[in-house]
Design a protein. Structure first.
Length: 72
């Protein structure tokens, strides 16, 4: 891993990505154990949250990358 200075932007983006992962994990479990009665609720609730957090993280990361590239 290349050393990068820590900043509020990078730290916040990584926290957002970890939140998306923590919402996505129950979705994977519910899909794997689809016989659970609460499966559809888990997939819709946590899956929607994971999708939104993931999309925001990707867009934010691309913008951050583009801004860093323009600086150099």
């Amino acid at each position: 891993m290349r050393p990068e200075p820590r900043s509020w932007e990078r730290t916040s983006r990584h926290v957002l990505a970890s939140a998306g992962t923590s919402f996505g994990t129950p979705v994977v479990g519910a899909v794997a154990w689809s016989t659970i009665g609460a499966g559809p609720f888990v997939v819709v609730f946590f899956g929607s949250a994971a999708f939104v957090l993931g999309a925001v993280t990707i867009v934010w990361g691309l913008v951050a990358w583009a801004v860093r590239e323009r600086r150099y």
